[in-house]
Ligand binder design. Structure first.
Ligand SMILES: Cc1cc2nc3c(=O)[nH]c(=O)nc-3n(C[C@H](O)[C@H](O)[C@H](O)COP(=O)(O)OP(=O)(O)OC[C@H]3O[C@@H](n4cnc5c(N)ncnc54)[C@H](O)[C@@H]3O)c2cc1C
Length: 329
C-alpha cells in the first residue's frame, strides 16, 4: 500500500508543479502511514530519480516505451493504469495542471473510478482503513469556491490544487530506487505522436516569470503596452494580458492570463487596466502579490489585490518605472 505521485515533466524537464504534488503526496503518505512512490513516464525523465528522492520518493517507477518519447495523455494514462494493476497503490496524486488533470481523467475513465481534481491540502480526512471514504476540499471556479467532496474508491485518484502546497524537501530523503517497467499501451496511445516541436518562446515564460506586468482593455491599444513592456523589462519580467486584449487583436493569445490562457505563479503581478473577471482571476490568483492599477476603486481586481493604485495606468505605470530608475541610479 503506497501513495503514488505522477511526476509531470516535459522531455525530462520537471514542471514546477510536479514538486508541489510530490510534497502533497508525501504529506498524504505520512498521514496514512505508508510509503511515497513516484512514477515518471518516458526514458527522458530517468535522470530525475535522485532529485525526486530528495522529496521523499522511496521508489521511482520509470515507464519505458518507444511511444513515450513525448507527452500523450493516453500513453501516460496507460502507464499509470499498468502500475496501479501491479502495485495497487492506495492513492495516485498528480499536479492540478491541464496535463495532470487530463491524464488522471483518462485513468479514472479506464478504471471506471471517481477522480477528484484540484484538492487542497487542508480539510482532508482519510479514514481508518483502505475502504474508508476520504473527505476532501477542492478548488473550483478558479478559487472562488471551495467544494467538499466525499471520495469512495479503492484507489483514490486526485490532483493537487496548484500553488497551495510549497514544494519542500523531505527531512528523511527517500532512496529513490529506480524501477523501470514496460507499460501496457493500448493502440490509441499511438494516435498522437509528436514528431517535431518548435519553441515559440525563449527565456522567461509567462508561466514561470517572477514578475508579470498584465494589461487589460484599459490599456486602450497595442501601442499602449509600451510602458508595460518597459516596466517588465526593468524588473526582468514579462508582459501578460486579459482576454479583452487578445480578442481585440492587440496581443497574441500566448500572452493571455486566465482560464483559457496561462496560469501564472509570479512573485509580483501588476494588473493594469484589468477588471479582474473570474476567468482572469483563475490565471492570476497563483501570483504571490497582486498590485492592481485601475481607475475604478470598485473593480473586482482592486478588492482582491494585495495593493491597489487608483489612477490612470498611463500615468502610474511610467511613474513606477521612473522611480525604479531613479533609485537604481
Ligand atoms: C469561457 C470564457 C473564458 C474566458 N477566459 C478568459 C481568460 O483566460 N482570461 C481573461 O482575462 N478573460 C477571460 N474571459 C473574459 C472575461 O470574462 C473578461 O471579459 C475579461 O477578462 C475582461 O478583460 P479586461 O479586464 O481587460 O476588460 P474589462 O472588464 O473591460 O476591464 C477594463 C478595466 O480597465 C479599467 N480601466 C479603464 N481605463 C483605465 C485606465 N486608463 N487606467 C486604469 N484602469 C483603467 C476599468 O476600470 C476596468 O476595470 C473569458 C470569458 C469566458 C466567457
Amino acid at each position: 500500500m503506497t501513495v503514488l505521485a505522477l511526476i509531470e515533466h516535459d522531455r525530462g524537464r520537471l514542471v514546477p508543479a510536479a514538486l508541489e504534488s510530490l510534497t502533497f503526496g508525501r504529506q498524504l503518505a505520512d498521514r496514512i502511514g505508508t510509503e511515497l512512490e513516484a512514477v515518471t513516464i518516458g526514458s527522458t525523465a530517468d535522470g530525475l530519480a535522485a532529485h525526486l528522492g530528495e522529496f521523499g520518493a522511496a521508489t521511482v517507477h520509470q515507464a519505458h516505451h518507444e511511444l513515450l518519447a513525448d507527452f500523450s495523455a493516453d500513453g501516460w494514462a496507460d502507464s499509470v493504469v499498468t502500475l496501479i494493476g501491479t502495485g495497487n497503490p492506495h492513492a495516485v496524486v498528480a499536479s492540478g495542471t491541464d496535463r495532470g488533470n487530463e491524464v488522471l481523467a483518462h485513468v479514472a475513465a479506464r478504471l471506471d473510478a471517481p477522480f477528484v481534481a484540484n484538492v487542497l491540502p487542508t480539510g482532508l480526512e482519510t479514514g481508518a482503513d483502505r475502504n474508508s471514504p476520504w473527505h476532501l476540499t477542492r478548488v473550483r471556479w478558479g478559487g472562488s469556491l471551495h467544494e467538499r467532496a466525499v471520495l469512495h474508491a479503492d484507489v483514490k485518484l486526485m490532483t493537487a490544487a496548484l500553488h497551495r502546497v510549497d514544494a519542500e524537501r523531505a527531512d528523511t530523503p527517500g532512496p529513490a530506487t529506480p524501477a523501470p517497467f514496460l507499460p501496457v499501451l493500448e493502440e490509441r496511445a499511438a494516435i498522437t505522436i509528436v514528431r517535431d516541436r518548435v519553441e515559440r518562446t525563449a527565456g522567461v515564460t509567462l508561466a514561470t516569470a517572477s514578475v508579470v506586468v498584465g494589461g487589460g482593455r484599459g490599456v486602450g491599444s497595442p501601442e499602449g503596452f509600451a510602458p508595460l513592456e518597459d516596466l517588465a523589462q526593468l524588473l526582468g519580467g514579462v508582459v501578460g494580458c486579459s482576454r479583452a486584449v487578445t480578442n481585440n487583436g492587440w496581443r497574441n493569445h500566448t500572452d493571455q492570463v486566465g482560464q483559457t490562457g496561462t496560469r501564472i505563479s509570479a512573485d509580483v503581478y501588476f494588473a493594469c487596466g484589468i477588471s479582474g473577471a473570474i476567468q482572469h482571476w483563475v490565471g492570476a490568483s497563483g501570483a504571490k502579490c497582486i498590485i492592481a492599477i485601475n481607475t475604478d476603486p470598485g473593480a473586482n481586481i482592486v478588492t482582491k489585490a494585495d495593493y491597489a493604485v487608483i489612477g490612470d495606468l498611463h500615468e502610474v505605470v511610467p511613474a513606477i518605472a521612473d522611480e525604479i530608475r531613479r533609485r537604481r541610479d
